[in-house]
Design a protein around this ligand. Structure first.
Ligand code: ADP
Ligand code: ADP
Ligand code: MG
Length: 654
């Protein structure tokens, strides 16, 4: 076995690979771009090498730099993860030429499956059913349009070099063919530098069912059963599961047999996935599936297979690459129960699943050790940047059967808390709760058909607004994000009872409320313009996250983010790292909590200023020593210095 390997990837998959290497006692080298200097995989690896600026083309796709890093650190092998260089045969050749081992299939296997048209021709020869269609060399419009008519509409135009659902166009009407063709070509050219396409029969009520295969360098090939990845948006998977709902023994035997045949045809070694499109219109039948493509790498959704088979696929990859035989024979591979994986993305389902960016100010996953397995590459405070795939985490659950696993998935989604970026969490919850999905009646068009229902974001009700007001009453703006939303009230207890005015907005809607702390650990919220008062028990758990200018509430119905207008936030940001805090507007200093010469810790409340109907707690932006502070009761004007700190070494005064 290897002593040290380099992981040529980032995010959750790098962290995932590290977990197995650690268990096996293999040292790891991470590589990272400038954008990832603080990323999880960098801190988890034994060593880390900076390989360039944020754009992937100059870092994670730079084979030379990666090979150089492997040599410089004494790594013996390179794990490519998925995406990036994982299916690049030239990189495999370079790795091998440098005397290193590529943890994956041979360059020849990757080349054989790299282009969908050539792969289909090869599979046809090997006796694997392929989607009826045209996958020849001639790319003229007239010929392609003629082929499309022969195949019969609807057809699917596909980039032969395609991946990630790009360069694909469904065409229903011959009149639209020419335009769809140019669009697919443009997209393919831009994404893959290759505008050649194939035309396929568009399979009705299509289901995406794929088979995990594994080969070694001794000619052994096994399968690890199937995964169903029919829940897709924009041809990309969002929730995957194993086994496939409604799978019959006959269908499974036919599909896994075809997948093993496909892998054997290219002398496959390592982890691979053979993807099939299945006609789900009449239920599953052994003659109703066709080869789509083979992914010659570890797949994003590999954990569902691990959960049902109990096999660590990364361990198998390492063993096979190190020259060992497959650890188990086919008949020793069994599956048990049912598993789901949900991909949590920074994206906006309501805006066509447009990728989102942002800082993940608050991030909390379901407690480890319970049902869900969490695969993530980020920590609270990390950012989702526009440079890479906006995957935040994958939640993986296992249960004795599909309903139990689905219930566990729903629960895990509800317990997940993310604030700072728009995410698809509510959409995933809605999908997991969808009656058709629950019944296993899923085809690749389900999400698009139910898009409106699944992406609806209902406006918050009064109870939710009141809860947000309660949380906002404790929005000590400069303090670090508090995990205990009640903690701030203690600071005001001497007002007894204390009332605070708070303002909030949600989208276009604005709300004002007063929060009153009552004796006996209760709080009362009155929303302006409403008669009813909402009463809350402060001992009850409130799931809320404070982050700059916002409050996010979490509930079984999903999360709800309110904007909390607070001018001090901006000021605090501006003065962070400087040596004074100034009043952003006229106000009254109601309370001063520290004295001259006192050492204060970052986040410690210093004073309370009342301005614009609101009380604002001012906290220390960093550890410091107070040099000067205003007196209690002072009326201050815009720009008055409230606190001045002793100058820290290397920092000039404001
Ligand atoms: P699979 O389940 O087949 O691994 P994925 O959805 O993970 O399918 O995507 C396939 C590959 O395309 C992965 O290597 C992934 O990194 C990459 N990919 C995913 N989303 C995108 C995207 N939006 N643009 C380009 N590539 C993508
Ligand atoms: P990629 O390389 O982008 O993953 P695939 O060939 O695997 O491309 O197709 C991606 C998705 O597009 C499939 O999972 C399926 O949802 C849909 N799709 C592909 N081929 C067909 C087809 N012939 N009929 C219907 N849907 C298809
Ligand atoms: Mg695919």
């Amino acid at each position: 076995m290897f002593r040290k390997i380099l992981i040529a990837n980032r995010g959750e998959i790098a962290a995932r690979v590290i977990r197995t290497t650690r268990r096996l006692g293999i040292a790891t080298v991470a590589v990272y771009s400038e954008a990832d200097a603080k990323a999880l995989h960098v801190t988890q690896a034994d060593e880390a090498v900076h390989i360039g600026p944020a754009p992937a083309a100059e870092s994670y796709l730079s084979g030379d730099k990666i090979i150089e890093a492997a040599k410089a650190t004494g790594a013996e092998a390179i794990h490519p993860g998925y995406g990036f260089l994982s299916e690049n045969p030239d990189f495999v050749d370079e790795v091998t030429a440098a005397g290193l081992v590529f943890i994956g299939p041979s360059a020849a296997s990757i080349r054989a499956m790299g282009l969908k048209d050539a792969a289909k021709r090869l599979m046809e020869k090997a006796g694997v059913p392929v989607v009826p269609g045209y996958h020849g060399e001639d790319q003229g419009l007239v010929l392609l349009a003629t082929k499309a008519r022969e195949i019969g509409y609807p057809v699917l135009i596909k980039a032969r070099a395609g991946g990630g659902g790009k360069g694909m166009r469904r065409v229903d009407d011959p009149d639209d063919f020419a335009e769809a063709l140019s669009a697919a070509r443009r997209e393919a050219k831009a994404a893959f530098g290759d505008d050649r396409v194939l035309v396929e029969k568009y399979v009705e009520k299509p289901r995406h069912i794929e088979v995990q295969v594994f080969g070694d360098n001794f000619g052994n090939v096994v399968h690890l059963f199937e995964r169903d990845c029919s829940a897709q948006r924009r041809h990309q998977k969002v929730i995957e599961e194993a086994p496939a709902p409604g799978m019959t023994d006959a269908m499974r035997a036919a599909m896994t047999g075809a997948a093993v045949k496909a892998a054997q045809a290219i002398k496959y070694s390592g982890a691979g996935t053979v993807e099939f499109i299945v006609d789900g219109s009449q239920g599953l039948s052994p003659d109703g599936f066709w080869f789509m493509e083979m992914n010659t790498r570890l797949q994003v959704e590999h954990p569902v297979t691990e959960m049902v088979t109990g096999i660590d696929l990364v361990e198998w990859q390492l063993r096979v690459a190190a020259g060992e035989k497959l650890p188990r024979a086919q008949e020793e591979i069994r599956f048990d129960g049912h598993a789901f994986e949900a991909r949590i993305y920074a994206e906006d389902p309501a805006k066509g699943f447009l990728p989102a960016t942002g800082t993940l100010h608050h991030l909390r996953f379901p407690a480890e050790g319970k049902a869900p397995r969490v695969e993530t590459g980020v920590r609270a405070g990390n950012s989702i940047s526009p440079f890479y795939d906006p995957l935040i985490a994958k939640l993986v659950v296992h249960g004795p059967d599909r309903p139990a696993a689905l219930a566990a998935l729903g629960q895990a989604l509800i317990e997940t808390e993310i604030a700072g970026s728009t995410t698809n969490l509510a959409f995933l919850s809605a999908l997991a709760a969808d009656p058709d999905f629950a019944a296993g009646d899923v085809d690749t068009g389900l999400i698009a058909r139910k898009q409106n229902e699944l992406t609806r974001t209902p406006a918050p009700d009064e109870q939710t607004i009141a809860l947000a007001a309660l949380a906002a009453a404790d929005n000590r703006s400069e303090a670090p994000i508090s995990d205990d939303p009640w903690s701030g009230f203690a600071a005001y207890s001497h007002f007894n009872p204390v009332a605070r005015k708070v303002e909030l907005s949600y989208g276009e809607m604005e709300f004002a409320a007063s929060a009153m702390l009552l004796p006996g650990g209760r709080a009362e919220i009155r929303l302006d313009g409403h008669d009813r008062a909402f009463s809350f028990d402060l001992d009850q758990a409130l799931r809320a996250a404070h982050w700059p200018g916002h409050i996010t509430l979490f509930s079984p119905a999903g999360s709800c983010t309110f904007v909390v207008p607070n001018p001090f936030e901006r000021v605090a940001e501006a003065v962070a790292g400087h040596e004074a805090i100034r009043a952003p507007m006229p106000g009254l200093v109601k309370l001063v909590r520290v004295g001259k010469g006192e050492s204060v810790a970052k986040g410690q409340p210093l004073l309370v200023l009342e301005a614009m109907k609101m009380e604002h707690a001012i906290a220390a932006p960093h550890d410091a020593v107070v040099a000067e502070i205003v007196i209690e009761g002072a009326q201050v004007t815009d720009g008055t210095v409230l606190v001045r700190f002793e100058a820290a070494a290397g920092k000039g005064p404001t």
